[in-house]
Design a protein around this ligand. Sequence first.
Ligand SMILES: Cc1cc2nc3c(=O)[nH]c(=O)nc-3n(C[C@H](O)[C@H](O)[C@H](O)COP(=O)(O)OP(=O)(O)OC[C@H]3O[C@@H](n4cnc5c(N)ncnc54)[C@H](O)[C@@H]3O)c2cc1C
Ligand code: FES
Ligand code: FES
Length: 1306
Amino acid sequence: MSLQGAPGAEELVFYVNGRKITEKNADPEQMLLSYLRKRLRLTGTKYGCGGGGCGACTVMISTYEPASKKIRHYSANACLLPICSLYGTAVTTVEGIGSTKTRIHPVQERLAKCHGSQCGFCTPGMVMSIYTLLRNHPKPTSEQITAALAGNLCRCTGYRPILDACKTFCEESICCQSKANGKCCLDQDDDLFGKGEKIRSGLFSTEEFQPLDPTQELIFPPELMRVAESQPKRTLVFRGERMTWISPVSLDELLDLKATHPKAPLVVGNTSLGPEIKFRGVLHPIVIAPARVLDLNLVKCADDGLTLGAACSLTLVKDILKNAISEFPEEKTKIFRAVLQQLRTLGGEQIRNVASLGGNIVSRKSTSDLNPILAAGNCMLNLVSRGRKRQIPLSDIFADGAGNNTIMPEEILVSVYIPHSRKGEYVSAFRQAPRRENALPITSAGVRVLFEEGTDKIKDLNIFYGGSISTTICAKQTCQALIGRYWNEKMLDEACRLLLKEIALLGVAWGGKVDYKKTLVVSFFYRFFLEVLQSLKTMDPCHYPGIPMEYGSVLQDFQTKMPQSIQVYQDVEPGQPPQDPVGRPIMHQSGIKHATGEAVYIDDLPSVDGELSLAVVTSSRAHARIVSIDISEALKGPGVFDIITAHDVPATNEFYYSSDPEILFARNEVICVGQIVCAVAADSYVHAKQAAAKVKIEYEVLEPMILTIEIHIGGQEHFYMETQSVLAVPKGEDKEMNVYVSTQHPAIIQEMVAASLGVPANRIMCHVKRVGGAFGGKLLKAGLLASVAAVAANKTSRAVRLVLSRGDDMLITGGRHPFIGKYKVGFMNDGRIIAVDVEFYINGGCTPDESVLVAEVSLLKMDNAYRIPNLRCWGYACKTNLPSNTAFRGFGFPQSALVTETWITEIADKTGLSPEKIREINMYRENEQTHFKQQLDPQNLIRCWNECMEKSAYYSRKTAVKEFNKQNYWKKKGIAIVPLKFPFGMATRYLSQAAALVHIYTDGSVLLTHGGIEMGQGIHTKMIQVASRELNIPMSYIHFCETSTTTVPNACASVGSAGTDVNGMAVKDACQTLLKRLQPIINKNPKGTWNDWIKEAFIQSVSLSATGYFRGYNESMDWEKGEGQPFTYFLYGAACSEVEIDCLTGDHKNLRTDIVMDIGCSINPAVDIGQIEGAFVQGIGLYTMEELKYSPEGVLYTRGPDQYKIPAVCDIPEHFSVSLLSSSQNPYAIYASKGIGEAGLFLGCSVFFALRDAVTSVRNERGLKKTFTLNSPLTPEQIRAACADDFTEMITNDGCASSTPWAVSV
Ligand SMILES: Cc1cc2nc3c(=O)[nH]c(=O)nc-3n(C[C@H](O)[C@H](O)[C@H](O)COP(=O)(O)OP(=O)(O)OC[C@H]3O[C@@H](n4cnc5c(N)ncnc54)[C@H](O)[C@@H]3O)c2cc1C
Ligand code: FES
Ligand code: FES
């Protein structure tokens, strides 16, 4: 390609972890993430989404500015950083800050020892966010910590332990001191600790932590400093396979380049362009990187305002505005404040550190938070092209039509002018997003009014909205019509009417939520109206009365605060030997490796010689006949090796686990969007993906297409941080194959791979080291994907790697079943339930998977904690043309029990009694039978309930909530307490059998293995604790290598909270066998050491290897009779949550949660509390946030963290306490413990019911209908709609009936 004005290609020079990298063939399309992982083999930095939304790939970038001689450190997402942008920079990855080989960094140590990692997949990203924060602020404030972590997602921990680790670097006291005596509200010394029980709080000891010593950090490479200081900057050009990158240094050069290549986009942070190239396949042969041009980085502070270079990062803009606000009088900085307000929650820090002001403006996305406020604030754009300079109002670029209003292709945005505000001018910005932080807005707004001097008569008014249609829109006519009007209720009415007319939103508007968006349009304006009234009062209280007292609180936005937390558990018996680890809060066995990035996941395995990457081609139709598949174009793609279809499957393509099959490759017909049709094998994933896009499939659409079954409880995406991953390696003889896979069930992988290849199971060796989160999603689906990879490996005789992109994973693999519950409930006026008739309809998707089992479990567990004297319940697993749904933590219980709690609450509404009274009246009280006639002793249920009542001070807080609600009109609080009975069991004995294998080597070290899978729940840590107790040796003697079908055959899946219970029994059995064999030797030499005994045993030819076995629990269920003993024991718990809602936006804040949980005698309180908290936060996601959106044609829209929001740091309760019920025993499980993986998820619904309580109080105050339905997830959209008022009324009556909806509920 010839490039006018561009010199020859350069070497790319930068540093990674102190090592100089010189890349001769830098490809502009290559991002730092793949470069680190594939080229440099630094696999600590993880792939979680590829789009900047999860933070798993966080690294630190350091740059040196010779003029100021300053080094800047900032965090960034490696997945969106083109390597070409790194010239002259130093990159630090998790490997660069510490390792077990040298010295671990204090951040790594504390994160691990504070139990901040479970599956560990998010951990390197967390480490790097915290590390970068500490490089800039060695003693950070709590606000800086929560901000630094806002861009990092964790699906396992619920964030509390991660924040605990961060707090250890803080100097300020993190105690809330909200008790009258100055103590923390969670400090329960004086209430419950004094009952003579050996209760402990705190799960780690800070004393053992190394201090943070900033002098020990990697220095900025002196060579880079020297070069920056001595060599003048010169133009850089990098040429790749399809793209050329040009980075000029002067404005003239930039203008020349733009004039020559007007179509070439500028790239600064690549946060807008990058996702377009990656996810939409847009190709730009040339990109121009202007970040080194000084003019685009200048900052000018003048008397009338600020001029900011277009390439300034949003972080820099934030800092400059903060500074300016502190320097200028408030009157002048109203626009600055409003812009700053938006910047606080825009993206995460990693995004703000690289995203540019100019990029945000010029992208003109409707989701821009900045454009509405910059436009409303009369900001100006300084544009330059060759021979021409002009300044235009920013608002012009959103005016209708083209011409001079828009930026010309050859024009560059050099800088942005933000004016000072004036006397009599009021400016505000608003946004509402699905999550408060790091989420694109559903609607944003910028509003500015200028009054005629000394009056409240409107002289000028600007109103801009974002998030509505394709770009920022201006309510021009409304503004014009209101000029000259006074700031009063009449003006407000008129404004709302005009706004709704002008900002027309069609039903198909992207993102849907049309009515909600309209409500926000007027609600935001109303909020501005109130703000201005209040400000007018402050200025002139005699003339302006301000707003009613009870309206005041709505003017304060919810803020993220550092959560206060406490964990309470029972201490071990005083007589327990110190070496015995059972019952102690032991760190996750892989914790340090998680934190150093040394923990190996499937995609971290080095590539095998000749390895191929697989990209799948999926159906784009929900129900259709495949007419033809044309692979000719795809086969011609660079690096393509082969294409695999159903015809290449040697044996089984359809697996019959029930009446309908699970399918590897679609053969003649597709039954959902996202079904795998074929797969491309190529030399790299990029090539495979490019070729996959060229496969042409012709369809003939078939009817009927069934998607919906009416909704009450939405589904949930697993969103495990490690996407589904397989590496299939043919061994070259006897049809043997090694399959490395991220799964919860190696035996089924082995079975399915063997069946699809038509070989006996003994040729397939399945290996699992660890899994980066699973939550039920890596069972049958992982089996299908492993078989797809194995078929490709078999056909090509090469190793094949299949790692799903986040988008494909979400599209293909299904998730939690959406439910509808229909019920009739008979009850007395005193609240007693007499009879219940309930039906559950379960959206199973296109294949059975485990849908019938989910239906069964939902029926068995639907009583939750209540005695129902007469019950009829039905569960229907429904087939639809959607991706097949599968197991998910809780397995039907979170859905069916939510239905139960809903009708319980409705009984309260009907009887006028409180929900907690109805719960208490109907709760199991004595030794009695469940609806399937299993005996149950609910003593601990009652204890949990009472303790939770007491610890949460429920009644006094309920009174306080009522008082708050009386005094606040637009903000309301709600509180709810919910009990939990979670039955443990599989209803079938053989499903809970387990085996273990323990070897003792002659040096005394022990190699332990069992059938359980480590997916974050700490099973290996617990198993080592068990072996340590049984063999009476320190944990450090025992090693766990991997779970494999070669060591433990036919192992049951790690599901249903049963892993520790059943494998623990097997490990204990194996250890006891070994100890029995050793006993004579020990007896003979009781003073000897472990090593002495082992050596002696070897000499005496005593076998030092043993298997252990557990037959499983005696469980059964007779579905004909509806009776049985499907469960072995029950877990109990209770949670009380308090929330605050904003009635104008539907937003809410989780204020406080207290959980009391009976989990028997905890083997490891740190791990168990981690499970409870993590599950609880996942439950908050299920019940209040996580929304899957399908098009009317069955296409999943929500395919990444940008659209599907899981809870982040900002969502966890401000006060969060978890207490394990003391003195609880369980005769059925190992060391009297209870399996805890799933139960806590349901307690997330306490937040749902607290929200419902807040909504009820709104409705009561407004005299609205007492009965109302709230579906799950209870999103801000639903809350806003339920808090009906004049504004929602306007929308209902605006006569704009929605056309075809954008999304359907399934
Ligand atoms: C995970 C994530 C979360 C986000 N969250 C939010 C959010 O909450 N709110 C929000 O408002 N935004 C959000 N964004 C968007 C982000 O703020 C913008 O993508 C960013 O500001 C664009 O800047 P950039 O430097 O990365 O642009 P680039 O991607 O580098 O470029 C974007 C476009 O701007 C053009 N351009 C850039 N500079 C100039 C210039 N000087 N002159 C002319 N044209 C130019 C380029 O030609 C290109 O087409 C988010 C983005 C991501 C990835
Ligand atoms: S992988 Fe980079 S942010 Fe998710
Ligand atoms: S530990 Fe955070 S995602 Fe698993």
